[in-house]
Ligand binder design. Sequence first.
Ligand SMILES: [Zn+2]
Length: 71
Amino acid sequence: MFCIIDDKHVPLFRIVWISDVPHFCGSEECLYEGRYEVRLEAQESVFASREERDDCLEAIRLWQVGEEEEE
Ligand SMILES: [Zn+2]
């Protein structure tokens, strides 16, 4: 029930939303340009590469499917 984002194991249930478009703020010093923001509880965010984001979405999808099958 975890996905790996930016070298962190993030529990799927802590994810609030996942950005559909890459982060862009225009700052030259921004380390996350072109990465996808993943919002967590407690107003934290992590930034995923496209591949990490897609893996994460897939993990959430499988998790939901698993929950439905248990009912
Ligand atoms: Zn930025």
